[in-house]
Design a protein around this ligand. Structure first.
Ligand code: ATP
Ligand code: MG
Length: 292
């Protein structure tokens, strides 16, 4: 399953949300979520986590080269067996905490070349059971937008309280909505203190549904960047204190992490597999999943 996360303008937190989604994905021994940073404008994850791509063979560039080679020889079929994880995993680095990430070079020229290749031959992306792709800005006509067509689910992150972002969303919405004809489920994740209802926000966006509202969360964003920042808001301090006191290792006291977890569960339900169902999460009825 491929879950693409993208924006249309600005830097609303695509890499942060994609990373949090991958980290929170409802996992089983067979599910190894892999984050692929396929942002043509250059990656951030390597610098956030101190990965020296110059010293490592694996990353987006090696994935693109392997994808092209695979495309030229034989198409890779999606397969549910554990061994099918391997081709994509070969290009991933394991972050502290266990998240596997295929990181993009920070040089936009190198990154955009790799994304172009990947958009033309995305077969290897399908070899992971759950692949979260940070597409960056996916404006129509870009390689990022081409990548969206290969996704099963696309999450468009936008701040509709910003006039420029809202206008861009309105203009691009018909193209995003057309992804549905290719079988891609498309939904919005709203950032900023959005005063509009889900229905009002959807109306701006050719009826693309709102799946999530991403809270501002300095601690959660820092965690995703590989930094530690103690909670400052009273509510978060209570949450952190309560989690520690009850001996919980859960990081869901951080609003960003809690929201990403809920969104990952919704996306997981779309797969029809619901691999994490029954492990302490509400069971969503098929009608609810269809409505989303
Ligand atoms: N929910 C959030 N709350 C607070 N800060 C956030 C949140 N999400 C992201 N940030 C911060 O905002 C900055 C931009 O985030 P991020 O790099 O994820 O955005 P992006 O959309 O991927 O940007 P770019 O287009 O540059 O790749 C980072 O410093 C990140 O830590
Ligand atoms: Mg980014």
């Amino acid at each position: 399953m491929i879950i693409a996360v993208c924006s249309l303008s600005g830097a609303p937190g695509v890499t942060s949300l994609a990373t949090a989604l991958a980290a929170c994905w409802p996992s089983t021994p067979l599910t190894v979520p892999i984050l692929v940073e396929a942002d043509a404008s250059g990656g951030d994850v390597a610098s956030w986590h101190g990965i020296d791509l110059g010293q490592r063979p694996e990353g987006l560039v090696s994935l693109a080269a392997a994808s092209r080679a695979t495309f030229q020889t034989a198409q890779v079929d999606a397969d549910d067996s554990p061994s099918a994880f391997t081709p994509l995993l070969r290009h991933a680095t394991e972050l502290p905490g266990g998240l596997r990430v295929v990181s993009a070079p920070s040089d936009p020229l190198e990154a955009s070349r790799a994304v172009d290749v990947l958009a033309q031959s995305p077969g290897l992306l399908r070899t992971g059971r759950v692949t979260i792709v940070d597409v960056g800005r996916a404006v129509p006509g870009s390689a990022g937008a081409a990548l969206l067509r290969h996704a099963d689910v696309a999450v468009v992150l936008t701040d509709v309280t910003d006039v420029g972002h809202a206008h861009r969303l309105r203009v691009c919405a018909p193209v995003l909505a057309s992804l549905r004809h290719d079988g891609v489920r498309v939904g919005l994740a709203l950032t900023g203190a959005c005063p509009y209802s889900d229905a009002e926000a959807s109306e701006v966006a050719a009826q693309i549904p709102v799946w999530s509202r991403i809270p501002r969360d300095e601690s959660g964003a820092a965690l995703v960047r590989g930094e530690h920042r103690p909670p400052t808001r009273m509510r978060d301090r209570w949450g952190a204190w309560w989690a520690r006191r009850s001996g919980s290792e859960s990081l869901e006291w951080m609003p960003l992490i809690k929201t990403a977890k809920a969104l990952s569960e919704l996306c997981d339900d779309f797969s029809g597999l619901g691999v994490g169902a029954g492990v302490g999460r509400p069971v969503r009825r098929p009608q609810e999943v269809e409505a989303a």
